[in-house]
Write a protein that binds this ligand. Structure first.
Ligand code: E4P
Length: 218
């Protein structure tokens, strides 16, 4: 299972990378805005900085919604660094763009996936990744994990090479359940990732080991 960090915050990306278990990064226009990055030039520079920190796949999202605009942006983004993956929204024009970019050898991440049918279309068009949004489905009282399970079943039925990138992660159990179902990748904010480290018995056990060592080595 690959671990991606879902942020445009360079400090958080560096912290996750320092753990030695980071495989990539996902961003979106909201995450870029959150860290105060705006304007085409600044955005492109920021992607370059992220790609210098993390050698794995870095998703950079287009903001065009028409085929020609998406292709133009995708080619510009892909030229920034060899590890850029172009994030394309799951709309009709996006589907055509994924097909085109796949034929050109440019990796894509089809974003805003909320149904198995959308994932199937993206896989058929040759998307490198599909990003089902678990948390946003949970937010509207729909089972986000069931979507991951449905896509896993469909992709395995036909041997689609498209990787399932579980996105919109809210808490550590989303990561565990994604792993249980067999998502290929999980993209998570730093907090749920770090939360995986925690167990009170680990803290208690370590404190006792150190206490016993210190008593014996006074
Ligand atoms: C990642 O690719 C998505 O853009 C992201 O996970 C969305 O998460 P959110 O629902 O917390 O905004």
């Amino acid at each position: 299972m690959k671990f991606f960090i879902d942020t445009a915050n360079l400090d958080e990306i560096k912290e996750a990378a320092s753990l030695g278990i980071l495989d990539g990064v996902t961003t979106n226009p909201s995450l870029m805005a959150k860290v105060g990055i705006s304007g085409r030039e600044q955005i492109l520079e920021h992607y370059k900085k992220i790609c210098e920190i993390v050698p794995g796949d870095v998703s950079a999202e287009v903001i065009s919604t028409d085929f020609n605009g998406m292709i133009q942006e995708a080619e510009e983004l892909a030229s920034l660094a060899p590890n850029i993956v172009v994030k394309i929204p799951m709309i009709k024009e996006g589907l055509k763009a994924i097909k085109y970019l796949n034929e050109k050898g440019i990796k894509t991440n089809c974003t805003l996936i909320f149904s198995p049918g959308q994932a199937l279309l993206a896989a058929k068009a040759g998307a490198t990744y599909v990003s089902p949004f678990i948390g946003r489905l949970d937010d509207i009282s729909t089972d986000g994990m069931q979507l991951i399970a449905d896509i896993r079943l469909i992709f395995d039925n036909y041997g689609f090479p498209t990787e399932i990138l579980a996105a919109s992660i809210r808490h550590p159990m989303h990561i565990i359940e994604s792993a249980r179902i067999g998502a290929d990748v999980v993209t998570t904010p730093l907090k749920p990732l770090l939360a995986l480290l925690n167990h009170p018995l680990t803290d208690k056990g370590l404190a006792k080991f150190l206490e016993d060592y210190n008593k014996a080595n006074r």
